[in-house]
Ligand binder design. Structure first.
Ligand SMILES: Cc1cc2nc3c(=O)[nH]c(=O)nc-3n(C[C@H](O)[C@H](O)[C@H](O)COP(=O)(O)OP(=O)(O)OC[C@H]3O[C@@H](n4cnc5c(N)ncnc54)[C@H](O)[C@@H]3O)c2cc1C
Length: 364
């Protein structure tokens, strides 16, 4: 699986400069995932998957992120969508998405609402959607996203509607500094009919803890992949320019190695805590740990970029140097929801524990 992921990532890295345009979608990279089993890797075996565990998944996401952060973002959304359907959906729904993933279809999770919010309305015995999603990666390219919508009784539900390729998406507002090739944009669902079998789980399942916040280790794993690529690019630069022996450069390279390895240790531990026997811990403990992990990775990523920029200098800001693109993509992708809340809620949890620090993160 790692070899397959590295092959895809190498190709994605080679092509990434070409895709680095507003509104772009890395179609060839996405198409390369399915034949190597990377779209079904996390599915249970009875659904045709390989049921890879959290450590293997973190390696897969790191490998792909090191090739292309936009591709990593898309794969992370796909993995999340499949996980939600398998976790909360019924057998028929799990078979539906597994079959489509086996056929090479990419999924995604679109949760971010504009001010109006997306609503699920009942209309003469039929259900239909009203409103939009924003910041939806793969908009216009994903045919069956997992979206969240609120019905007339206030229930927050997951829906897996079927969309036509290239319809309803507007990528014009995605003028972001980086992650240009993630096809992130707004999607108007108004009038889309929803069948009963397209509603997954029950009220509030999407935000049910610890899976909701605990799953953040997966995007941190993609961030880490981007960091690992930046670290490699820094080493290559220092070797090529013969500047690595300079004591200042050597010190920064050492600090960069610490930042990258710090992120790896947090990601792997967060993946283990969130996914291996989660029933042995309280939901709050898992969420607190993963919240700290995502912020530790964010901090390490920001530190790494500062070190790389200082060490490489202006060349690292010049297109088509991949350091320029990866820095832009990583800086943008590190923006994840509610970082202050993630930190203070973890602090609040720690404050309330009587457990000695030495046991704080142990399972019960
Ligand atoms: C490349 C990329 C792809 C994405 N793809 C998707 C996708 O496919 N699907 C999807 O649903 N979303 C997607 N998103 C959106 C993502 O999930 C987050 O919604 C988004 O990144 C939030 O970033 P933000 O900086 O605006 O967060 P915010 O949460 O707005 O944080 C900005 C700052 O405000 C602070 N803050 C937050 N809330 C408050 C408050 N109430 N009061 C005071 N301060 C506050 C935060 O701590 C932080 O300091 C994507 C984002 C990116 C970058």
């Amino acid at each position: 699986m790692r070899k397959a992921a590295r092959d895809v990532a190498d190709q994605a890295f080679a092509r990434a400069g070409l895709y680095d345009e507003d509104g772009a979608y890395p179609a060839a990279d996405v198409a390369a995932l399915a034949p190597r089993g990377l779209l079904t890797a996390t599915l249970p075996r009875e659904l045709g998957g390989d049921r890879i565990g959290p450590l293997a998944l973190s390696e897969l996401l790191r490998e792909i992120g090191a090739g292309s952060l936009p591709l990593g973002r898309l794969l992370e959304g796909h993995v999340n969508a499949l996980d939600l359907v398998v976790r909360y959906g019924d057998d028929e729904q799990a078979r539906l998405v597994a079959g489509e993933a086996r056929a090479g279809k990419l999924f995604g999770v679109w949760n971010t609402d504009d001010k109006e919010g997306l609503r699920l309305l009942a209309d003469r015995g039929r259900r239909r959607l009203q409103g939009r999603k924003i910041l939806a990666s793969g908009a216009g390219f994903i045919e069956r996203p997992l979206i969240t919508a609120t019905d007339e009784t206030g229930r927050r539900l997951m829906v897996i509607p079927h969309l036509q390729l290239g319809r309803r998406a507007d990528l014009s507002s995605w003028t972001a500094h980086g992650m240009r090739a993630s096809a992130t944009g707004a999607v108007d669902f108004s009038g889309v009919a929803v069948e009963r079998h397209e509603i997954v789980g029950g009220d509030g399942d999407y935000e049910r803890q610890p899976a909701f916040s605990g799953g953040a280790w997966r995007f941190a794993a993609v961030h880490l992949g981007g960091m690992e690529r930046l670290f490699d690019l820094l080493r290559q630069h220092l070797r090529r320019t013969g500047r690595g022996g300079d004591p200042h450069q050597a010190a920064r390279l050492g600090q960069a190695a610490i930042a990258t390895e710090t992120a790896r240790l947090w990601v792997e531990r967060a993946a283990a805590i969130a996914e291996e026997a989660p029933e042995a811990r309280s939901a709050e403990q898992i969420v607190a740990y993963v919240n700290l992990a995502r912020l530790a990775v964010e901090r390490a990523g920001l530190d790494l970029m500062e070190l790389v920029h200082r060490s490489v200098g202006l060349q690292g800001f010049m297109r088509p140097n991949p350091i320029e693109r990866f820095s832009r993509d990583l800086a943008t992708y590190l923006r994840q929801p509610g970082p202050d809340r993630a930190l203070t809620s973890a602090a609040d949890w720690a404050l309330r524990q009587e457990t000695p620090s030495i046991d704080l993160w142990r399972s019960a």
